[in-house]
Design a protein around this ligand. Structure first.
Ligand code: DC
Length: 224
């Protein structure tokens, strides 16, 4: 089974996707982390964020992989653990540019399909229901107000121990800018798939969102 969870930045996708994967015994695939890893690789190799050929060569050379260590999903570029680095504001500010490159998308989408072909997955991102897994049995589109998403992002950064002197207002502005870029790019922009179920999480807690998605999964399982 394939469960696709799409939506704008900080709508709670990864938090609920992880819980659902754990409850169902599925594998969680964080596709945003893959584009963030490409951005880190560009940064570390001092490659311009618009230089597709060089970024692709560096990604090929280093290789991006997920590893489960003590129940936590870690992201590696080569032998380097970049799990924390992919969440820094510098990476968040530049990932939209890198993820808009057609060659980068082609490579990541192909990797994502390969992973989803081998196991039951919960995959979150921007184009999972529309492009990566158009036949996913369950498609969810999570939305929330920009302010509540900024508040969640700030809390996330604090919990991960990432220092940031950004205010909620600044984070909200950068989230809104990223949403604009992600939904206006030429290739597979952020968009609700026709057959996706939209859930507004602004005034919902995590358990409520998880339960709403599990209810959709149960409906589909009945029909299979
Ligand atoms: O979910 P996230 O904030 O970690 O994603 C980081 C960026 O990666 C996001 O701004 C756009 C891009 N992305 C994408 O283009 N397609 C995906 N399937 C997932 C993320």
């Amino acid at each position: 089974m394939q469960i696709a969870i799409d939506g704008p930045a900080s709508a709670g996708k990864s938090t609920v996707a992880k819980i659902i994967a754990q409850k169902l015994g599925f594998t969680y695939i964080d596709t945003g982390a893959m584009y963030r890893a490409c951005t880190v690789i560009a940064r570390r190799n001092k490659i311009d964020y618009g230089d597709e050929a060089q970024i692709l060569a560096a990604v090929d050379h280093d290789g991006i992989r997920f590893e489960n260590i003590d129940g936590e999903q870690k992201v590696f570029a080569g032998n380097e653990d970049i799990t924390r680095e992919i969440r820094t504001p510098e990476v968040s500010a530049n990932v939209s540019q890198v993820s808009a490159l057609s060659g980068v998308r082609e490579k990541m989408v192909s990797l994502q399909r390969q992973m989803a072909g081998q196991m039951n997955v919960v995959m979150d991102g921007r184009d999972i229901g529309t492009t990566v897994l158009p036949d996913a049995e369950v498609k969810i589109f999570l939305v929330a107000s920009a302010r509540s998403r900024a508040q969640r992002r700030l809390l996330d950064l604090q919990q991960q121990g990432i220092k940031s002197d950004q205010t909620v207002e600044q984070i909200e502005k950068s989230i809104a800018e990223r949403d604009y870029k992600d939904s206006h790019r030429a290739i597979s922009p952020l968009k609700k798939a026709k057959d996706a179920v939209e859930i507004d999480t602004t005034s919902m807690n995590i358990t409520q969102v998880v339960d709403a998605i599990l209810a959709e999964v149960a409906k589909k399982q009945k029909n299979i």
